[in-house]
Structures are given as structure tokens and as C-alpha cells.
Design a protein around this ligand. Structure first.
Ligand code: SF4
Ligand code: SF4
Length: 160
């Protein structure tokens, strides 16, 4: 799901530009707002989404799983240290809010939990999972975590 920027929320801080591994988040030289110059080349790493301090970056779902009318909203909450993805299908039947941790570590410093990890074993390297993926998305302690199962609520956000 490639990203796009809500111009009204972006303040041109450039954090998404700095972090994008594909170098496709650029700053419009006239309006000084960020935009994804080549959505087809987006790795969908969502580093920019997590880095944006203004929740200005959102994602567009692919038509095969989120046909016309779906909504994918991203909310970043630094106080709680989570980023929440709210997905609503167009018929309203599915309304899921999925949580992922974000880091508030200052730029240029390692995320402590990752820095403390030992080197991945050969089994981990051969696995289809990313390094420590089940652990960090917390699949190993009872399945997907949602706002409700964590006793959290979304802060009021701006909807478009
Ligand atoms: S999701 Fe990743 S690759 Fe795509 S624009 Fe954002 S930082 Fe760049
Ligand atoms: S990180 Fe967010 S606010 Fe900053 S330039 Fe990118 S989209 Fe705009």
C-alpha cells in the first residue's frame, strides 16, 4: 500500500524525506510540502508513516483487498508509543484497529531492544519471517494485538 501525504497536515519538516530508503519522499519546491514522487516504487516499509510527527502520511490500499470506498487510517500516538492502523471495509463489515509499537528514540540512536538482541541464528536467517518479527509484532503471546485488547483508545484525529 503506497503512501501519500495530506498537504493540509504536512509542515514540511522533512523527516519522511530523510528516512525513506527508496528516496521517493520529496519536498515540493513551491509549496514546501512532502509528497511521494513514485508510489509504484514504494517499498511499503512505512518508515515515513512512523516518522511523521503530524500524522500527515496515509496509505492507499490495493484494489484487490480494499476495493473502492475502503478506508485505511494511520494514527501515531507518541505518548502511548503506538501507531494504530484503522481499516474499514466499504460495506462497513470489517472495522479493525491494529497496533504496532513506534520508537520515540532520538534520531541517530539505536532502538535499545534491537541493539540488545544477539546476532540472528542461521535458522532465523533462513526463516521467511523477518528478524524477530513474531516477537516484535507480538504474535508469540496470543495473536494480533488491537487497541481494545490493550485497553487503549484512539485519540481524536482529523478525518478526510
Ligand atoms: S513507505 Fe517506505 S519506501 Fe514508501 S515512501 Fe514511505 S519510507 Fe519511502
Ligand atoms: S514527516 Fe510528515 S510533516 Fe514532515 S515533511 Fe514528511 S509528511 Fe510532512
Amino acid at each position: 500500500m503506497p503512501t501519500f501525504v495530506y498537504m493540509t497536515r504536512c509542515d514540511g519538516c522533512g523527516q519522511c524525506v530523510d528516512i525513506c530508503p527508496s528516496d521517493i519522499m520529496h519536498m515540493d519546491s513551491v509549496v514546501r510540502r512532502a509528497y511521494n514522487i513514485e508510489p509504484n516504487m514504494c517499498w511499503e516499509c512505512y518508515s515515513c508513516v512512523k516518522a511523521c510527527p503530524h500524522n500527515a502520511i496515509d496509505v492507499r490500499g490495493y484494489a484487490d483487498f480494499a476495493p473502492l470506498g475502503h478506508s485505511v487510517r494511520v494514527q501515531r500516538d507518541e505518548e502511548k508509543g503506538v501507531i494504530a492502523w484503522r481499516i474499514i471495509f466499504r460495506n462497513g463489515e470489517k472495522d479493525m484497529t491494529l497496533l504496532a509499537p513506534i520508537t520515540t528514540k532520538p534520531w541517530g540512536q539505536a532502538i535499545p531492544q534491537l541493539a540488545d538482541e544477539s546476532e540472528p541464528s542461521q535458522e532465523m536467517r533462513d526463516s521467511q519471517h523477518l528478524f524477530n518479527e513474531p516477537k516484535y509484532i507480538r504474535l508469540d503471546d496470543g495473536g494480533l494485538h488491537t487497541l481494545e485488547s490493550n485497553g487503549l483508545k484512539l485519540k481524536a484525529g482529523v478525518y478526510y
